[in-house]
Design a protein around this ligand. Structure first.
Ligand SMILES: [Zn+2]
Length: 329
């Protein structure tokens, strides 16, 4: 069970910078469950992401209630992005966790998974989408993998046939701004027009110059979507909201492990990092030295939305209606 309680500063930030702008109905297009016994090696992790806990559907719902109280929240549920995990068991665990028909889930896939197994899982578990993970890329240098290194053309073809979404956490040091990623996505949206491509974390653009370079070349298409999860940089959202089609943008929280901790995803030079209060050397300041990453993401998003004059109905679309179209809610 994840233990997160909001303090007075969290509530102040939420009420003043987030709640004022949030619609009542939210579809959270980027969430993860995790069943610990399927991820044994996680016991060595440092606890930053609360890896010592199971994340069941109840835990996710508790997080929604804690961080977005009194709102109607549903979402797209995925497994956890770790290596050496029993994909089959994890997929069954996630599929069985979806008891509310307003939620959707994505099947975790690896390029090694046989087409026969994948088709069987699609028929029996009925996922709304696929979730390939970089960790499973079939290349040595995963930090430079191309999209088809972690989801094969045959798998893309199946996604196309079944009209499934594909949530992509793209690789490469500049994320989606990398010319090879841009070239790949432009080809894939044409070649697989019924597959719905979702670029997670604004195309893994955590810093403004990468978002800007992405938008110089990223096409707008009926089957291309951008999720806002975990990005905490106002500049990224200023670029996105002022330069891209708002009907292609969908909200995602990255709950539970990747955004329910106290900290921030911050820019350092051309890179970005997770920062938590215990990594900061500074005397003084407020006693409460950090709020939750989910709030850093939302306050950055709304700050930018105000300066880009994003209308209230566009906000409602980003937080629900765009996803409703995508997932046929
Ligand atoms: Zn994620």
């Amino acid at each position: 069970m994840i233990e997160q309680k909001r303090n007075a500063d969290d509530i102040l930030i939420y009420n003043n910078e987030i709640r004022l702008y949030l619609p009542e109905k939210i579809f959270d297009a980027h969430t993860h469950l995790c069943k610990r016994e399927l991820h044994e090696y996680l016991s060595d992790a440092d606890g930053l992401y609360n890896f010592s806990n199971d994340v069941s559907m109840n835990e996710l719902e508790d997080s929604w209630t804690t961080f977005l109280p009194d709102l109607e929240v549903t979402g797209l549920i995925m497994g956890s992005p770790v290596d050496k995990c029993d994909l089959d068991a994890e997929n069954k665990f996630v599929a069985q966790s979806i008891t509310n028909e307003k939620n959707r889930f994505s099947l975790m896939i690896s390029p090694k998974m046989s087409l026969e197994n994948l088709e069987n899982d699609i028929d029996t578990l009925k996922p709304a989408g696929l979730k390939p993970y970089l960790l499973h890329a079939l290349v040595e240098d995963k930090q430079n993998a191309r999209i088809t290194d972690y989801i094969t053309e045959e798998q893309l073809n199946l996604a196309n046939e079944h009209g499934l979404s594909i949530t992509l956490h793209v690789s490469k040091p500049r994320g989606m701004a990398d010319p090879e990623n841009l070239e790949d996505i432009s080809r894939l949206i044409d070649q697989y027009p019924k597959a719905q491509f979702i670029l997670a974390h604004c195309g893994r653009n955590f810093i403004a110059p990468n978002m800007a370079a992405t938008l110089d070349a990223l096409p707008v298409a009926e089957n291309l979507w951008i999720d806002t999860s975990a990005v905490c940089d106002i500049g990224v959202f200023l670029e996105l909201f002022s330069r891209y089609d708002l009907s292609r943008i969908i909200y995602g929280s990255d709950l539970v492990d990747a955004s329910a901790f106290r900290g921030n995803y911050i820019r350092l030079g051309m890179s970005w990092h997770v920062v938590t209060p215990n990594l900061i050397e500074r005397d003084g300041g407020l006693e409460s030295r950090a709020t939750f990453a989910i709030y850093e993401n939302l306050r950055a998003l709304f700050h930018a939305a105000r300066f880009c004059n994003v209308r209230e109905d566009d906000i409602q679309n980003i937080f629900y209606n765009n996803a409703a179209k995508l997932f046929k809610l």
